[in-house]
Design a protein around this ligand. Structure first.
Ligand SMILES: C[S@@+](CC[C@H](N)C(=O)[O-])C[C@H]1O[C@@H](n2cnc3c(N)ncnc32)[C@H](O)[C@@H]1O
Length: 211
């Protein structure tokens, strides 16, 4: 009964908390919003991104990875262009079902995290990925990299998504990379962004602003 009540409460609060936080991304409200929506980014990390985005909207926002935070980014940038890159077809379908009108591009990374050292020291061209023309032809104002999976050597790893974020970012864009407590994310951020471009690091999130 307790679990059912909690589920019901979360469902009731999910959308109103997204709407509230998209207007006022305050830490306490974000804590509730992430809990009831099952979001993985911490409240402090969400706050950094949301505050930066709110100064930019409407903007061109590209998100690597569909997650339970999708509804929030769509709402923050409601009058802008928000698109998602996803490598799990079934999960992409589910996210689009939950968020009608959401634009998700299905991609294949064709990499394994185990290759990260060779890719780090190899030519940048080896990190190129096939993207829809509408994505590749756009210079994005803000990019969030929280995919693909990179928690084991058997997962694709974020080598290509971090490289691609660097290439697709407009001049003066804000680029956020999550899971920078991990060696691979840190190494690829350090290769494709300069220390001068780093604005802040909060929790496991790095924020860069391009030149
Ligand atoms: C790390 S998650 C994104 C988390 C999101 N930014 C958040 O804070 O909640 C990114 C990847 O995990 C996978 N993923 C996330 N949630 C999932 C779910 N409930 N079921 C299946 N795959 C999921 C997707 O493939 C996605 O590209």
């Amino acid at each position: 009964v307790a679990a059912a009540l909690k589920g019901l409460r979360n469902r009731l609060l999910a959308r109103p908390t997204v709407a509230l936080c998209a207007r006022w991304p305050a830490q306490r409200a974000l804590r509730t919003m992430r809990r009831v929506n099952g979001i993985q980014l911490s409240a402090a990390e969400l706050r950094v991104i949301a505050r930066v985005l709110k100064r930019r909207v409407p903007c061109r926002l590209l998100v690597f990875g569909c997650g339970n935070d999708a509804a929030f980014w769509l709402r923050v940038n409601a009058r802008g262009r928000t698109e998602f890159i996803e490598d799990d077809a079934a999960w992409a379908q589910e996210c689009m079902r939950r968020n009608p009108g959401m634009v998700v591009h299905l991609v294949s990374y064709d990499s394994q995290r185990s290759q990260w050292r060779a890719l780090l020291h190899g030519p940048a061209e080896d990190l190129a990925m096939t993207l829809p023309e509408s994505i590749a032809a756009t210079r994005w104002d803000a990019i969030l990299v929280d995919a693909p999976a990179g928690w084991s050597d058997a997962t694709p790893g974020r080598m290509k998504s971090i490289f691609t974020a660097c290439r697709l970012a407009a001049a003066g864009a804000d680029v956020f990379v999550h899971d920078c407590d991990r060696e691979v994310e840190r190494a690829f951020c350090d290769r494709f962004f300069t220390p001068r471009q780093r604005v802040t690091e909060v929790g496991r999130l790095r924020h860069y602003r391009t030149d």
